[in-house]
Structures are given as structure tokens and as C-alpha cells.
Write a protein of this length. Sequence first.
Length: 131
Amino acid sequence: MAEREHDQHASTVRHEQKLEVDVSSYEAGSVRARKHVEAKFVEHEEPRAIEHEELVRVPARDGDSGEIETLEDGSISIPLFEERLVVVKELVVRERVVVRKRTVTEHERIEAELRTERIEIEGNLENDRSE
């Protein structure tokens, strides 16, 4: 009998699952800052001086200078003055509001079942030679 050689090869592919975790960013919210103007009415009392006169009306003469003058009868003609209040509003920076954001890293537990294929080989691995 002639010798037969058996050169048959068998193969299989083993697979295994792996867990891949990726991080993606998304907008979880937003912050909007608005400002508005509040107006309030204020009342404030400020003293002011007013000169009062005892009035004797005398017709103006030709060439009246409008200055303090001594009249012919000995009386004095004095111009009267009144204070005027001047109110100025000024816009000033009262405060500044700063809005910051911060990133917090948190750890999350992820659980998954991973499958792994195992290969078992049974039988004689040596070449089977029959005569």
C-alpha cells in the first residue's frame, strides 16, 4: 500500500468584543445676562438765598447804567440778584458684573458585558497516516 499524506488544514477566526467609550460635548444650557435701567424720582431740598426788596418804583432815567447808584435824594438804587440752582446729572460706573464658566470633570461608571470567543480543539493534532 502506498502512503497517503493528509495535508489538510482547518482554521477558524476568534472574535472578541472591546468596549470603546468616547466623550462628546453638547450644549447643556446657556447663560444670558441682561441689564435694565431703573429710574426713580428723587426730591431734594437745597437752601438758596433770595434778596427781597422794599419796593419804591422810580422811573428809569435816561442814561441809567444799571449799576448801584446814589440817587439825588440820598437813597441808593441797588440791583437785586437771585441765585439759580444748576443741576448736573453725571453717569458713573457703579459696578461691573463678570460672568464666568467653569468645567467640572465627573467620573461616571459604565457597565457592559463583553463577549470573548474561545476556541477548543479536540482530537489528535498529529497527521493521521494510514498504510
